[in-house]
Ligand binder design. Structure first.
Ligand code: NAP
Length: 306
């Protein structure tokens, strides 16, 4: 098997020297990741002679793995579950976006293995919304379900882009409230919409959601509800209306219970494949300093997703 097609583990990293310039994705587990298919297609189409490897590393091994990769001359990394928050504390420098998100999904290695952490999830999300619904976040009243890593990055981006209204709903309501407090200084100003508060934090329960759902256009699922077979929709189906735009950050399965419910309600919906595409394109641009071949990456991603 060629080096760039196998999963590389911590035991392989000790004393390892790659045969070609290398990028890669680090996860635990990692074999399900679609990033290798997408990034290899991009590198090949740009004529960059480099591998994109899959590194399977436990959280407790992440620091040693990053050190070993730096020594081996790895040029750049994507980080996926469960490493993003941890990685933010294991770099020499953090971009403003990664610092605010408290998580890094991209690392750029510099001289001597120096590491700079970035976060492209939030801008990847904004590009995905523009592409899927032909609307910018500034035009929308947005409900975000979830206040974990993805919910946080998305809420910060929605606030930065000055959406008309933000509702954060989370199972643990204290997390939604803390996130709302955090984004308030960058979001709240004189731009007011009717009587409804521009920024709300509510529990992820049917009654609270029913009270908010008619006052939003875009509903984003950033919870993990929908990943597992048999999961319910995180938003009761009867609350969806034809005018809603529904974005599920989950892409596997491609049609989650939330997206099924959106379709039944006559609402437009899209899954998280476009966010994965755009965060990956932005990472590639950070590594190479030139535009990513987005259409090549999209085709590779669709093929890999099946
Ligand atoms: P995370 O930090 O672990 O956060 C998980 C979130 O899901 C929290 O808000 C949590 O609520 C909520 N949750 C978990 N189980 C729940 C349940 N049974 N009922 C209601 N809420 C529940 O995870 P993450 O990294 O933010 O990932 C969240 C989702 O985003 C995942 O599905 C992931 O696939 C997706 N994602 C997609 C992309 C992309 O490129 N498309 C990128 C990043 C993430 P509590 O706070 O109450 O625990």
């Amino acid at each position: 098997m060629k080096e760039d097609e196998r999963v590389i583990r911590m035991s392989d990293l000790r004393g390892w020297t790659p045969s070609r310039p290398s990028y890669g994705v680090v996860g635990w587990p990692v074999s399900h990741s679609l990033s290798p298919a997408m990034q290899r297609a991009a590198l090949a189409s740009l004529g960059v002679e480099a591998d994109y490897l899959a590194f399977e590393v436990r959280p407790e091994e992440l620091e040693a793995a990053l050190d070993a990769m730096g020594k081996a001359g790895v040029l750049g990394l994507n980080l996926t579950v469960p490493h993003k928050a941890l990685a933010a504390g294991l770099v020499d420098e953090l971009s403003e976006e990664a610092r605010l998100a408290g998580a890094a999904n991209t690392v750029v290695f510099g001289d001597g293995g120096r590491r700079v952490g970035h976060n492209t999830d939030a801008r990847g999300f904004a590009r995905a919304i523009r592409e899927e619904f032909r609307m910018s976040l500034a035009e929308l009243k947005v409900m975000i379900l979830g206040a974990g890593g993805a919910g946080r990055a998305i809420a910060l981006q929605v606030a930065r882009e000055r959406a008309e209204r933000i509702v954060v709903a989370n199972r643990t309501v204290e997390r939604a409230e803390a996130l709302a407090r955090e984004i308030a200084p960058i979001f709240l100003d004189e731009k007011l919409v009717g009587q409804a508060a521009r920024l709300r934090a509510v529990p992820l329960d049917p009654a609270a959601l029913a009270g908010e759902v008619d006052g939003v256009d875009l509903i984003v699922n950033a919870t993990t509800v929908g990943l597992r077979p048999g999961d319910p929709s995180p938003l009761p189906a009867h609350l969806l209306r034809p005018h809603h735009l529904v974005y599920d950050t989950i892409y596997n399965p491609a049609r989650t219970p939330l997206l099924e419910a959106a379709s039944e309600a006559g609402a437009r919906g899209a899954n998280g494949l476009s966010m994965l595409l755009h965060q990956g394109a932005l990472s590639l641009e950070l590594w190479l300093g030139r535009p990513a071949p987005v259409e090549v990456m999209r085709r590779a991603l669709r093929r890999a997703a099946g």
